[in-house]
Design a protein around this ligand. Structure first.
Ligand code: HEC
Length: 244
């Protein structure tokens, strides 16, 4: 029985991963890297906040967490007229957005938690040219996506290299094996990877702003429990020494 439970515990993550479909690239983010979070925030407000809101995130809270003063946030990350205590909302009405894109752009406050860190990173890196789509692009991890490739000026445009695979039942599927750059962007591949990583980092921070504090507190709690265990054990020995 014990062996069975252990075997199941090990088999479970493998089964879950296998069901995930497209291959996800490792984002390797570092939530304690403030410079990366600041770059991510800047890219996010410049390239994403026009369509997507982040309605659970306040500008001033974000600034404090990633190491910017209110004045810096106001100057670098906000439009004139917005107040630093406001949340990251957008002016685009949902009904218009649905008409324009087929699907309205979802709120991104907790998207990184909903989809996973590596998914966000891979999503940002796998837009490819597809003339059959309304905006001329498709996405490897989100087939038939309604979002245009808003970062194409940075990344450039690329074609997918595909091959057809036939499974045991004779069903044919097309899989993407790589990409070929058709038009380079303003960033090199390494620079774009870093930009995608910074944005992912920022979105992961945003989906749980207390994460760093929670981990710090967790270490102290474990330390306390460790020390308390020694004290409790010594007490137990003292109380029971006459009984045995
Ligand atoms: C021009 C408008 C527009 C901009 C700008 C934009 N998006 Fe989107 N985004 C969309 C739309 C529309 C969808 C919904 C796609 C769908 O459901 O087919 C979407 C969906 C998404 C999703 C959800 C994917 C999923 O699995 O559900 C993520 C993540 C995302 N966008 C991230 C970003 C990021 C990061 C940026 C900034 C770099 C950005 N978007 C900029 C329109 C936009």
């Amino acid at each position: 029985m014990k062996k069975l439970i252990i075997a199941l515990l090990f088999a479970l993550p493998v089964a879950v991963m296998a069901a995930g479909g497209a291959h996800l690239e490792k984002a390797n983010i570092d939530l304690s890297d403030k410079a990366s979070l600041q770059r991510g925030a800047k890219l996010f407000v410049n390239y994403c906040l026009s369509c997507h809101s982040a309605a659970y995130q306040r500008y001033n809270r974000m600034g404090r967490d990633i190491g910017l003063s209110d004045a810096q946030v106001q100057e670098n990350l906000m439009l004139a007229g917005e107040k630093v205590g406001e949340t990251m909302t957008i002016a685009m009405p949902q009904s218009d957005a649905k008409r324009w894109f087929g699907n309205p752009p979802p709120d991104l406050s907790v998207m990184a938690r909903a989809r996973g860190t590596d998914y966000i990173y891979t999503y940002l890196k796998t837009f490819y040219i597809d003339e059959n789509r309304p905006f001329g692009v498709n996405n490897a991890v989100f087939p038939d996506v309604g979002m245009p490739h808003v970062l194409w000026e940075l990344e450039g445009q690329k074609k997918a290299i595909t091959k057809t695979e036939t499974d045991a039942d004779g069903n044919e599927t097309t899989v993407i094996t790589g990409y070929e750059v058709v038009k380079p962007g303003s960033m090199s591949e390494a620079e774009y990877d870093q930009a995608a990583r910074d944005m992912t980092n920022f979105m992961v921070y945003m989906s749980e702003p207390v994460v760093l504090k929670r981990q710090q507190i967790g270490i102290w709690v474990l330390l306390f429990l460790g020390i308390f265990f020694i004290v409790a054990y010594a007490l137990k020995k003292e109380y029971w020494k006459d009984v045995h």
